[in-house]
Ligand binder design. Structure first.
Ligand SMILES: *Cc1c(COP(=O)(O)O)cnc(C)c1O
Length: 488
């Protein structure tokens, strides 16, 4: 693009007010009691500077002292408002990445509250009265639930993948199918992560089909890993083939037997699966789309499996690695385990969530993600009708038409992308105002934003992801407030 030489308006630049002058304006004098002077001065400097930059870019912004004072006051006040806030998810996307993925079970919330206000056994062993390990809190539960020999949990699954590759494939080669070189989103791409970890990536097969023989041909003395990656939110249909874990296991076993026979000190080839969403419970309701469980991958022969804590598991953000004890022991000693370790809040939430899975029917009932994934449309309909009743009370007659309709929910979080989950939603058709404006109002103007969907000039509020009666009441209040705002 050609560079445009702009002529800034020098007069405007000269007229820019001094910080001291702006601070004397009433908008800022009023705030002086609530904010340290230096904080206000900084807001003013930033506001003046923003105007200066626009003038330099050739614009003619409102450079009046009152406009600048108002902007600085707004900026200072914004510091006092929480930025990370609760929202109501009426989108029907259950593991909604933008809205914090999985809501925690009440038991997990209680567990977090119990440990954060005071001291805890984070790294203290109460049997021996000596230093303990933070890895101990969840390991036995994960072992019991997956059948794994050992486990470790880190900050998230991206961190888990990074750590496994760094420990076992750094300076070596890892074979991965071209059909599994995926981008998960948020700049997590398998080829990039492999490069960062110091592993050489050996791509095999084609985009749509990879056979066992492709892996077999690519095995050479430098290979230390067969990597299998769950394609997450990406699916290929039709003429496709990938190699199951069991076959990769057989291949690795054959290679390892010949390495041992050669007795040249080369390490074994490992089979590692990045499972992504990580189902603990088999979601039979999803039929053929149901993801394999972590236990199934281990049983099929994976040496290591990693998955997220806050996708299908429904716990806090975490990355869990399970597998053979000798391998997990090495991971525990990797410096990345320290850099990527979990804090006490996450550990408390994870432990409590895992404990619910000891009783599958409790997990189904009390882990919100799991409950929302498995509720039938008829269950959801009960909440949709409650919402309908509540809005009919909150919204003036004639402002809009409400009905409960069939819709589709999504699992989200890259899980079960092919699954249409039948649901029931409240549909709002507008006699006054309009869908876009209403949705913006509910998101921007409410203390608890309500996020739904706009489709065909209508607002859709999926009752599947409304967590309780209180949320239903709040959605009704938000709609009432929108139509109320049209009156004024
Ligand atoms: C989601 C996902 C990741 C990243 O997990 P985070 O917990 O978000 O860090 C990695 N691999 C796969 C296959 C995934 O689906």
């Amino acid at each position: 693009m050609p560079h445009n030489h702009v002529q800034p308006n020098i007069d405007l630049l000269k007229k820019l007010p001094q910080v001291e002058e702006v601070l004397k304006r009433p908008q800022l004098v009023d705030l002086a009691a609530r904010f340290p002077r230096e904080k206000l001065a900084q807001s003013v400097r930033e506001a003046v500077d923003a105007v200066r930059q626009r003038i330099l870019a050739g614009e003619e912004p409102d450079e009046s002292i009152d406009a600048i004072a108002a902007r600085a006051a707004q900026q200072a006040l914004a510091l006092e408002r929480p930025s990370l806030r609760r929202v109501i998810n009426a989108t029907g996307v259950i593991v909604h990445t933008n809205l914090g993925r999985s809501p925690l079970a009440p038991e997990a919330v209680t567990a977090v509250n119990d440990v954060i206000g005071g001291y805890s056994t984070l790294e203290y062993n109460t049997d021996r009265l000596e230093r303990g390990s933070r890895h101990a809190h969840c390991e036995n539960l994960i072992r019991a639930l997956t059948g794994a020999e050992a486990a470790i949990a880190v900050n998230n699954n991206a961190a888990a993948v990074m750590m496994v590759l760094s420990e076992f494939a750094h300076g070596a080669a890892a074979i991965v199918s071209r059909g599994e070189l995926v981008e998960i989103g948020g700049s997590f791409r398998i080829p990039d992560i492999m490069e960062l970890s110091g592993a050489r990536m050996v791509e095999v097969g084609t985009t749509n089909k990879t056979h066992l023989v492709d892996y077999a041909r690519a095995i050479d003395p430098a290979v230390s890993m067969l990597l299998k990656v769950h394609p997450s939110n990406y699916r290929m249909l039709g003429f496709t083939e990938s190699v199951p874990i069991g076959d990769l296991r057989d291949l690795a076993d054959r290679e390892n037997a010949s390495r041992r026979a050669a007795a040249d000190g080369r390490a074994d080839v490992l089979v590692y699966e990045d499972q992504g969403s990580g189902a603990f419970a088999r979601l039979d309701a999803f039929g053929t789309y149901a993801e394999p469980t972590v236990a199934e991958s281990l049983k099929a022969g994976a040496d290591l499996v990693s998955f997220s804590g806050d996708k299908l598991l429904g716990g806090p953000q975490a990355g869990i690695i399970v597998g053979r004890k000798v391998l997990i022991d090495r991971l525990k000693k990797n410096p990345l385990a320290r850099a990527l370790r979990l804090d006490k809040m996450t550990l408390a939430a994870l432990e409590a969530t895992l404990r619910l899975y000891l009783h599958p029917e409790r997990a189904q009932r009390d882990v919100p993600t799991l409950r929302m994934l498995t509720e039938t449309a008829a269950d959801v309909d009960v909440r949709a009708r409650k919402l309908l009743e509540a809005v009919q009370v909150a919204v003036p007659e004639g402002a809009a038409e409400f009905s409960v309709v069939d819709e589709i929910s999504r699992a989200g979080g890259g899980a079960l992308p092919m699954c249409d989950i039948p649901t029931r939603a409240l549909r709002v058709s507008f006699a006054r105002g309009n869908a876009q404006q209403c949705h913006e109002f509910m998101v921007r103007e409410r203390a608890i934003p309500v996020v739904g969907r706009v489709k065909d000039e209508q607002v859709l509020l999926d009752a599947r992801t409304l967590l309780d009666d209180e949320e239903i009441a709040e959605v009704a209040r938000a709609l009432g407030a929108y139509f109320g705002s049209l009156e004024g």
